[in-house]
Ligand binder design. Structure first.
Ligand code: FCB
Length: 524
């Protein structure tokens, strides 16, 4: 062999070796960051629920039809400037008129569960003013038709919308009176639908509802105070705690009613659903590690400690003064163990920085106003570490793609709350782009779900008792203050015709649920 040829061959071998090594390490990084994208339905146990999620105000429309009363969101969305592009949910995805088509879509996807919520103002339009039979009929049709197709109804009793009358009369969730009104609504649901519904969730995301409605005041009832925002009324340091306190007691009373009066006859489970952000320390400092733990306590355990152990987390009791309401001994008994399962809505992970030991400069863009206060647990949360974002951005400003967060949040809940049965009741991707491509060729959404599912499967292999996974959302919908500009759907809803158009992700989900893995791979 000539010398030059030899040198060249050795060089080539090095190059090939180098390429192989870097390919392996890229592949390793990829797996570490994204999980095993070959995830299959058969990686999950038999009987695991795979579904899609929606909520009443976000898809139903028909806001004043067949006896429905006005809800808080009907009123709020009609106030100028409250919703992007002046949009509202008057028509939304027109599910009220197209529910049969939507049930057929669910059936064609092959899901075995569907999570939806009951519109309080459709079933009980006026306080104690009698049940609106047309509303009951609507949900009966949905439940019966789901069951006929082998799909379990997974029902949220209260998902953000409630009769405006309750707000006008006594201030909604700021009043203890709301607890009994909620129990009355829950009892109406148990009586009307409980013979067929086996999975009930009392309230969707009390923690986020408390923050959006009473701390930063961007959702109804839009109350807040500086430095969190400039609302005409409110007190951001105190009111989120009061509203959540009433929601927790309302949950406990409804769950108790379910257990005492209905469960023995009807069977089934009742849980509560929370907005479950994962928090990671910004630096390796012990104080940031403690800040991340505190953020988890102030956001997750705020809801879960009371319904599992009967009281607020010790971390909150330590840092809050008298503004943190107290439970009476009887209330603690009522709350303790008042859930059969935990619902986790997981979209995002954030970095946490301590604001007790180090001064958090809150006019720095990475530090949210008010981080140096008890209501935020003296934690500043941010999406960047040394200028590097925590993950790929999505259409929602604080939600970045961090698939490992799924495993971490499930493990946190497993450990702290005794591995109670869990359902991932929401997980979804909204694209930051608004191109037509993205309506239909939503490869990023597919990869998002695969990678989050892979980390979920990992947590389950390590023993977490997770029993179901629901994609948010079945279809594009009214995304609260973002109107229709954020799209999470497996189906695109054409704004002109309201026709449902499957995205590539709908086809992927169908194939995934059929366990047809070869097809599965073509989507990457
Ligand atoms: C969750 C809500 C749900 C939906 C998603 C994107 O916090 O529960 O209604 O808007 O965010």
């Amino acid at each position: 062999m000539k010398r030059s040829t030899f040198t060249c061959t050795v060089y080539n071998i090095f190059v090939i070796l180098f390429l192989l090594l870097s390919a392996t390490s890229i592949a390793k990084d990829f797996i570490e960051e994204e999980g095993d994208l070959d995830i299959k339905r058969s990686d999950f146990p038999d009987g695991f629920l795979f579904g899609a999620s929606t909520s009443s105000y976000q898809i139903e429309g028909a806001y004043l039809e067949d006896g429905k009363g006005l809800s808080n969101w009907d009123v709020f969305s009609h106030i100028e400037g409250s919703i992007e592009n002046g949009e509202n949910g008057d028509i939304a995805s027109d599910h009220y008129h197209r529910y049969m088509e939507d049930i057929e879509i669910l059936h064609s996807l092959g899901v075995n569960a569907y999570r939806f919520s009951i519109s309080w103002s459709r079933v009980l339009p006026r306080k104690f003013g009698g049940v609106n039979q047309a509303g009951v009929l609507f949900y009966n049709q949905i439940i019966d038709n789901l069951l006929l197709r082998g799909i379990e109804p997974f029902v949220t009793i209260h998902h953000s919308d409630y009769p405006q009358e309750l707000e006008d009369r006594y201030g909604g969730w700021l009043s203890t009176l709301m607890q009994d009104d909620f129990v009355h609504f829950a009892e109406t649901c148990f009586k009307s639908f409980g013979d067929r519904v086996k999975y009930w969730s009392s309230i969707n995301e009390p923690n986020l509802f408390g923050i959006l409605g009473f701390e930063i005041g961007i959702c109804p009832p839009a109350r807040c105070s500086p430095p969190f925002g400039n609302c005409p009324h409110g007190n951001s340091d105190i009111e989120p705690l009061i509203a959540v306190h009433n929601m927790l007691l309302a949950h406990a009373k409804a769950a108790n009613l379910d257990h005492m009066k209905f469960k023995r006859k009807q069977g089934g489970m009742i849980g509560i659903i929370l907005h479950a952000i994962m928090y990671k320390p910004l630096t390796e400092d012990k104080s940031d590690q403690e800040a991340a733990d505190r953020a988890l306590a102030f956001n997750i355990a705020w809801i879960l400690d009371p319904v599992v152990f009967g009281d607020y987390p010790p971390e909150m009791r330590r840092y809050h003064g008298s503004e943190l309401p107290r439970f009476s001994p009887d209330e603690r008994v009522l709350l303790r163990d008042s859930i059969d399962f935990i619902g986790l809505n997981h979209y995002a992970s954030l970095y946490a920085k301590d604001c007790i030991n180090s001064r958090c400069i809150c006019n720095d863009s990475s530090c949210i106003q008010g981080s140096d206060r008890a209501i935020r647990g003296f934690v500043c949360t941010t999406t960047e570490q040394d200028g590097v974002p925590i993950g790929e951005p999505t259409g929602m400003s604080l939600s970045f793609v961090v698939p490992r967060g799924m495993e971490e949040i499930v493990n946190y809940t497993k450990k702290r709350h005794h591995n109670k049965p869990m359902f991932v009741t929401e997980n979804g991707y909204s694209s930051p782009y608004k191109s037509f491509e993205d309506y239909q060729h939503d490869v990023k959404r597919i990869n998002y779900h695969k990678s989050y599912l892979a980390f979920l499967a990992q947590a389950m292999r390590d023993g977490a008792d997770v029993r179901g996974y629901f994609i948010w959302s079945l279809m594009d919908d009214f995304e609260w203050i973002n109107g229709y500009s954020l799209r999470y759907g497996l189906y695109h809803v054409d704004p002109r015709t309201l026709n449902r158009i499957p995205k590539l992700s709908a086809n992927w989900y169908r194939d995934f649920l059929r366990n047809s893995n070869s097809l599965n791979k073509n989507y990457i």
